[in-house]
Design a protein around this ligand. Structure first.
Ligand code: ADP
Ligand code: MG
Length: 218
């Protein structure tokens, strides 16, 4: 195997005239048509639009969840298809719309992408995601088993756990796909107030159906 650590990306993202169809939908309208967009490294971009407009599709192409043609998507000026998948994915922290929690402890769920579990890093990420007050209330705190798909937690707690998992990674590119839709407006505002610091120096894409969530974006 290749033991070299992947080179971290800076996080400039460029879509060039991208048209995308999901596999097996060739006879239908493409999910995305002629999208051109340049996102400088270190900026925060808000993406707002109605359900079905292609927001999740757009962001899922960045970590190459679906295959796309050459010449349509570049990161740091390099075609994504030419970036080794390990290097690409280790530079991206993505909170998908429906994040998956595992039937293990809350702490292990937050630490899921880390090379090793680190209590300080877990606690910091939980604080930033406004999960800490909830952790205090759970029977075994970070050792609480969250149950199959996180059934022990409320929808908002699951989303904040997923956010904490992504924040713990400290990746160059952070993608939040409707991450706080189940979180109440007050908590959302409190999280957002702290994210300014966290976002500093990272390329952030925030997808939301609420314009309020992207108010502070560049
Ligand atoms: P949004 O996130 O803005 O609600 P999506 O990106 O999920 O929109 O969807 C854009 C379009 O792509 C919709 O027409 C949707 O039905 C279609 N779509 C989404 N996911 C898939 C999939 N896995 N296979 C086929 N079509 C899909
Ligand atoms: Mg979506």
């Amino acid at each position: 195997g290749d033991a070299r650590a992947p080179i971290p990306l800076r996080g400039e993202i460029e879509f060039r005239d991208l048209t995308f169809r999901y596999p097996g939908t060739e006879e239908r309208e493409p999910a995305l048509r002629d999208v051109s967009l340049r996102i400088p490294a270190g900026t925060t971009t808000g993406i707002v639009g109605p359900v079905g407009s292609g927001k999740s599709t757009l962001v899922s192409l960045i970590p190459r969840i679906y295959e796309i043609e050459d010449g349509a998507l570049f990161i740091d000026g390099v075609d994504v298809n030419d970036i080794p998948l390990a290097a690409l994915r280790s530079s991206i922290a993505m909170v998908p719309q429906d994040s998956f929690l595992f039937s293990m402890s809350l702490g292990d769920n937050i630490a899921f992408g880390l090379p090793q579990s680190d209590p300080d890093r877990i606690a910091l990420a939980a604080r930033r995601a406004r999960l800490e007050p909830d952790v205090e209330d759970l029977p075994d705190h970070y050792a609480t088993i969250v149950g199959e798909r996180g059934v022990m937690l409320s929808g908002g707690q699951r989303q904040r756990t997923a956010l904490a998992r992504a924040l713990a990674l400290d990746a160059a590119i952070l993608i939040l796909d409707d991450t706080l839709s189940a979180v109440d407006a007050e908590t959302e505002a409190a999280i957002q107030a702290q994210l300014d610091d966290v976002f500093e120096g990272h390329t952030v894409l925030i997808v939301s159906s609420r314009v309020s969530a992207v108010r502070d974006a560049d």
